[in-house]
Design a protein around this ligand. Structure first.
Ligand SMILES: [Zn+2]
Length: 331
């Protein structure tokens, strides 16, 4: 046996041991230290069996299975209850969703109605107002067609990329890596660079369930569900530490104002797009009177953590549930 499969085997054996019924509760209790909140960050749900290769799209059946598993050990509570409400006898878990994708309306809302789950949804308002997906969703949609795609960005110093040919974790990881490369491009040039990628991906076969924004009417119906807390995620969904502070501040304030106007709900919470934040942005959150802001650092959340940098664990497609459970146990 070569080293790689042996390593993989040892890793999965360690994973199975750590998540076994005897050891796991002890690990989790120790990690939570009696005083930590677990905040999960999802993006959206898709139909079971859909072959959309996007980390952000979790099959709805997988989400249901996760919820059933979490409910054995956690009280699933709203963000407000976790931050300021009464403690539960069991550890508290908060479910959050970023961006405001249409899958929340199509696939999450029916589950909320059945299960009575509280969720916080951080909505980036630009895509709702314009009804145009952000650049990262347009790139993901463009790269879903069958067959291999060669994306040559060497002229821009970003290398050559091969996506596909088969659906699955490999294609999902390749698209994810390409998106990360695009995030390093100057914000003013990123849209144009994304359009170049989309042109190179031609001919584009639209995916069966493309990622993209809810309509305003869908958002309003979604927000009216009593379990839903609507929160802000900026208007532009730019990486806020890469643009001038005044521009970032306007984008933050505009998303909050639009969401309040659209839904009639008070908007008190924020998530930094792509988790990009710094001390100046955290101070801006306080200045604008937000109650909290979350990041995405794959960590548990101590109750005395900076309210404008609350930790979250990332959950997505092709992530293994045992790996997620291990991260929920601080590993
Ligand atoms: Zn986002």
């Amino acid at each position: 046996m070569s080293l790689a499969p042996a390593k993989r085997l040892a890793k999965s054996a360690a994973l199975a041991l750590a998540t076994a019924p005897v050891l796991y509760p002890w690990l989790r209790r120790r990690a939570l230290g009696g005083d930590k909140i677990t905040i999960l960050c999802y993006h959206t749900l898709g139909p079971d069996g859909d072959d959309m290769d996007a980390w952000t799209v979790l099959h709805q059946g997988e989400f249901r299975r996760q919820i059933a598993l979490f409910r054995r050990d956690y009280d699933i509570v709203s963000l407000d209850q976790a931050l300021d409400g009464p403690r539960s006898s069991r550890p508290q878990l908060v479910l959050t969703f970023d961006d405001g994708d249409i899958g929340l309306y199509t696939h999450l809302l029916p589950i909320l109605r059945e299960e009575g789950l509280p969720v916080t949804v951080y909505v980036a308002t630009g895509q709702i107002a314009d009804q145009r997906p952000y650049w990262f969703d347009r790139v993901m949609n463009a790269l879903q067609g069958s067959g291999e795609r060669q994306i040559d960005l060497s002229g821009a110093g970003l290398g050559r990329w091969t996506v596909g040919p088969d659906h699955g974790p490999g294609r999902c990881a390749a698209i994810g890596a390409l998106l990360e490369a695009l995030k390093t491009v100057d914000p003013d040039r990123r849209e144009a660079m994304a359009d170049r990628v989309i042109a190179m991906a031609a001919p584009v076969t639209p995916p069966r369930t493309p990622v993209g924004p809810m309509s305003l009417v869908q958002l309003q119906e979604f927000a009216a569900h009593p379990g839903v807390t609507i929160a802000a995620h900026s208007h532009c969904h730019n990486l806020l530490d890469q643009i001038p502070l005044a521009e970032a501040a306007d984008s933050i304030a505009l998303s909050r104002k639009l969401l309040q106007d659209w839904t009639g709900q008070e908007v008190r919470h924020f998530a930094y797009p792509n988790s990009n934040h710094n001390a100046v942005l955290r101070a801006e959150m306080a200045r604008q009177g937000f109650a909290s802001a979350t990041v995405l650092d794959n960590a548990l959340t101590p109750r005395d953590q900076d309210r404008f940098a609350l930790s979250r664990l990332n959950v997505g497609r092709f992530g293994q549930i045992n790996r997620l459970r291990l991260r929920m146990a601080g590993k």
